[in-house]
Design a protein around this ligand. Structure first.
Ligand code: LLP
Length: 426
């Protein structure tokens, strides 16, 4: 569900015409809808609140990695949303928009000592420990600060799931977390150790998961472990269920509704008396954003191939190049005429810079505006300046208002980040 709709024959983000926005901000530009972000958070919040008896005061911690723009985070922060973070930088972003430490979870497979120290200083809600080696380092860092931060042990349940092998995280061979038996031992060790306070378990098995079954299986593992740990005399009060629920990139393809997902979690955890946390990233942000781009030209070759060359490229939206991901492409002003197969490409100098092959689209021409749908998660955050292409701008819409929330850098600004070695300055 999102708020990008046709009005008076032009695609709008809520009350703002994307044609008008393109004229003022230029292209390529990511455009986000506040109402969509609010709606997604609201649906999850409502579902959690309906299951308080099973999930406690569940924390919804937005996975900042999905979209870390400060205005996007601030929109969610105002609703009471927490943050799932994986670096000092992400913790700083969450704090900068007013998300209190008590609503910040610090996850990640390779946190440095400095990052652990920073997280402790900021009083984050919990640090998700992913390995025995990390537990040792955390204890040492916390000892220096005479602190005893709350931790959860991240379990690798050997249940991998997700839209692509590269975004599956819970499989046996994946680098994340520790297997069940090791997690049990680690929990016991942490319980006996000074300077850490184990409060629970965490897992996150993958991303763009479109079937609840693997998630349910993973949650059942957490439940069993909780019971076993308690039987051994340990206190377990929180379960961090990770993120991972998929979104309907293809339009019609059914994905489980947030309410069904939360109801399933509540069913699995019922009677356990724990406080749950969810770490949704894609679910909150994907359909809340589009990448607005202009057609540079159409290359019709004599061999019959037809290339739609856009001013957006793989450096702006990496997902198709990295994961063969599908993003629906829509003209901002519907075009009459029979659909034709296009290869949709950007100007970057490699064949990987292909968004789609043989995509049926209406006859488009140079200057037309198009949008990639569902680009609000893992879009701008993964962009770069390959081919010295300035980072795409980002804009936020709220009703009839719009604001540029990350301007496109000028070339001077880009070059200023690269001070010339002093011996080359003459
Ligand atoms: N929690 C943890 C510990 C994670 O590693 C992730 C995502 C999430 C939560 C949020 O997952 P979500 O609800 O968004 O599925 N760049 C890839 C996705 C990578 C996801 C990595 N971890 C893509 O563009 O598809």
């Amino acid at each position: 569900m999102h708020y990008f709709d046709l009005k008076d024959g032009v695609l709008h983000a809520e009350g703002v015409s994307l044609e008008t926005l393109a004229a003022s901000v230029g292209t390529p530009t990511y455009v986000y809808s506040s109402a969509t972000l609010r709606r997604h958070y609201g649906l999850l919040r409502e579902a959690c609140d309906a299951h308080k008896s099973a999930l406690g005061e569940a924390l919804i911690a937005f996975a900042v990695k999905a979209n870390s723009n400060l205005s996007v985070l601030a929109t969610l922060a105002k609703l009471g949303c927490g943050a799932d973070t994986v670096s000092e930088g992400e913790i700083r972003r969450a704090l900068a928009v007013g998300i209190p430490g008590e609503r910040i979870i610090f996850s990640g497979v390779g946190k440095t000592d400095a990052e652990l120290a920073f997280a402790i200083e900021q009083g984050v809600r919990q640090i998700n420990v992913e390995s025995s080696a990390e537990l040792d380092r955390l204890i040492a860092v916390a000892a220096e600060k005479s602190a005893s931060p709350a931790i959860a042990i991240r379990v690798n349940p050997k249940i991998g799931a997700g839209g692509h092998a590269k975004i599956t995280t819970g499989g046996a061979g994946d680098k994340f977390g520790v297997p069940v038996e090791e997690a049990m031992a680690l929990y016991a060790r942490a319980s006996a150790a000074p300077h850490v306070t184990p409060v629970g378990l965490a897992c996150h098995i993958g991303s763009q998961i479109t079937d609840l079954a693997p998630l349910e299986a993973a949650f059942r593992v957490l439940r069993q472990m909780t019971e076993d740990l308690r039987a051994e005399g340990h206190s377990v009060t929180r379960l961090d269920l990770g993120g991972g629920l998929g979104v309907p990139y293809y339009g019609e393809a059914a994905t489980p509704a947030p309410a069904e997902y939360v109801a399933m979690a509540a069913r699995v955890l019922d009677g356990l008396n724990v406080e749950a946390a969810f770490e949704p990233g894609r679910l909150m942000a994907a359909n809340a954003g589009v990448l607005l781009s202009r057609v540079i030209q159409v290359n019709e070759r004599t061999d019959g191939r037809r290339f739609l060359v856009l001013d957006a490229a793989m450096n702006d939206l990496m997902r198709p190049a990295l994961y063969d991901a599908f993003h629906d492409l829509k003209p901002v002003r519907p075009v009459a005429g029979e659909a034709l197969p296009y290869d949709v490409v950007g100007p970057v100098c490699e064949t990987g810079d292909t968004f789609a092959r043989d995509r049926d689209l209406p006859p488009l021409k140079a200057g037309d505006l198009v949008v990639f749908m569902s680009a609000g998660a893992y879009g701008a955050v993964m962009s770069g300046e390959y081919n010295t292409r300035p980072l795409a701008a980002e804009a936020l819409v709220d009703g009839d208002r719009s604001a540029v929330i990350r301007p496109r850098p000028t070339y001077d600004e880009m070059f200023a980040r690269e001070p010339m070695a002093d011996w080359l300055q003459t």
